[in-house]
Design a protein around this ligand. Structure first.
Ligand code: ADP
Ligand code: MG
Length: 271
C-alpha cells in the first residue's frame, strides 16, 4: 500500500450513485503517487469517466473519501491543480489556436508577455509552431487534440486528467500522440490519470493499469507495468509488453465474467 500522506490522489471506499438509481462506482480504493501514469480501463459504462470526473471535482461522490494533493477535490480545483482533456477537443472556434491555449493563463491573470512566452513553449512542445493564428476548425482532429493538451498543460497542473483523448483518432495518429504524451509527461513530471478502452495503449503508456468491472463499477485488478522507461517503438515489440497486454485482457475478462454472472464469452463484444 502506498503512503497516503504524499499521494496525489487518495480515494477510500468511494461510491457514486446517480439519482437515476445507477451505481456507477462502488467501494473504490485508489492511491496515486506523484509522477505515476495511471490508466483506467474497462468495458463501456463501467464508470471510468465518472471516476475521472469525481477526481476532477466535476461530479460529487455519494460516499467515501477523496483527497487530491492532500486537499478536497474542490480546493484542488480552486487551486488549479488539474489539467483536463476530454475525448473531443473542447476548443473555442472564435479564438485562434494561440488564444485557446492562453485561455487558462488569462483566467489566472498572467500578464501578456508571460502568456505569450508560455503559449510559444507549449505549441512547440506539441509541434504546432506556425499554427498560432489558425482557427480550430482549420486543423485536423489530431492537431485539435494537441491544442487541448497544450492548453491543459499550459499552467503546469500537478494532475493531468485525460478521458479517452485519442479515442476518435486513427491508429497512426494515436501512436504518435502516445509518444508525444510520454515525452511531455517525462518533461513536466506531472501525474496522469488516463482513461482508455485500448489495452495496448494502456500498457504502452502507464506505470500502472487499473482494470475496472461494470455494474457496479469496481476496481477488478491493478497491474504494475514494469516496462523500461523511456518507452519507444521497441517497447511494443518487447515480449514483456505482450505478456502485460495478456494480463490486462485476462483481468478484464475475469472482471466482466463476474459482473455478467459468468458470461465471460461475451467479452469480445467489448473490444
Ligand atoms: P464509462 O466512462 O466507463 O463508459 P461512465 O462513467 O460514463 O462510464 O458511466 C457509468 C455509469 O453511470 C453508466 O451506467 C452511465 O449511464 C451512468 N452515468 C454516467 N453519468 C451519469 C449522469 N450524469 N447521470 C446518470 N447516470 C450517469
Ligand atoms: Mg467514458
Amino acid at each position: 500500500m502506498r503512503g497516503r500522506g504524499d499521494s496525489v490522489v487518495s480515494i477510500q471506499t468511494l461510491t457514486k450513485s446517480f439519482s437515476t438509481g445507477v451505481t456507477a462506482l462502488q467501494d473504490i480504493d485508489l492511491e496515486i503517487a506523484p509522477g505515476e501514469f495511471i490508466s483506467l480501463i474497462g468495458p463501456s459504462g463501467c464508470g471510468k469517466s465518472t471516476l475521472l470526473r469525481v477526481i476532477g471535482d466535476l461530479v460529487e461522490p455519494t460516499s467515501g473519501t477523496l483527497r487530491v494533493n492532500g486537499k478536497t477535490a474542490h480546493q484542488a480545483r480552486v487551486d488549479h491543480d488539474y489539467g483536463i482533456v476530454f475525448q473531443d477537443a473542447v476548443l473555442y472556434d472564435w479564438r485562434t489556436v494561440q488564444r485557446n491555449v492562453s485561455l487558462p493563463l488569462e483566467l489566472l491573470g498572467w500578464d501578456r508577455a508571460k502568456r505569450k512566452e508560455r503559449v510559444r513553449e507549449m505549441l512547440e512542445l506539441v509541434e504546432l509552431t506556425g499554427f498560432e493564428s489558425s482557427r480550430p476548425w482549420q486543423l485536423s482532429g489530431g492537431m485539435q487534440q494537441r491544442v487541448s493538451i497544450a492548453r491543459a498543460l499550459s499552467f503546469d497542473p500537478a494532475l493531468l486528467l485525460m478521458d479517452e483523448p485519442f479515442g476518435a483518432l486513427d491508429e497512426m495518429t494515436r501512436e504518435r500522440l502516445n509518444m508525444e504524451l510520454l515525452r511531455i509527461w517525462e518533461k513536466s513530471g506531472s501525474t496522469v490519470v488516463f482513461v482508455t478502452h485500448s489495452i495496448p495503449e494502456a500498457v504502452f503508456l502507464s506505470t500502472r493499469v487499473v482494470v475496472m468491472s461494470a455494474r457496479p463499477g469496481r476496481i477488478a485488478a491493478t497491474i504494475d507495468v514494469d516496462l523500461r522507461q523511456p518507452r519507444g517503438g521497441e517497447t511494443r515489440e518487447d515480449a514483456r509488453f505482450f505478456e502485460l497486454v495478456t494480463e490486462v485482457r485476462e483481468a478484464l475478462a475475469a472482471g466482466h465474467g463476474e459482473a455478467a454472472g459468468g458470461r465471460s464469452s461475451s467479452v469480445e463484444e467489448l473490444f
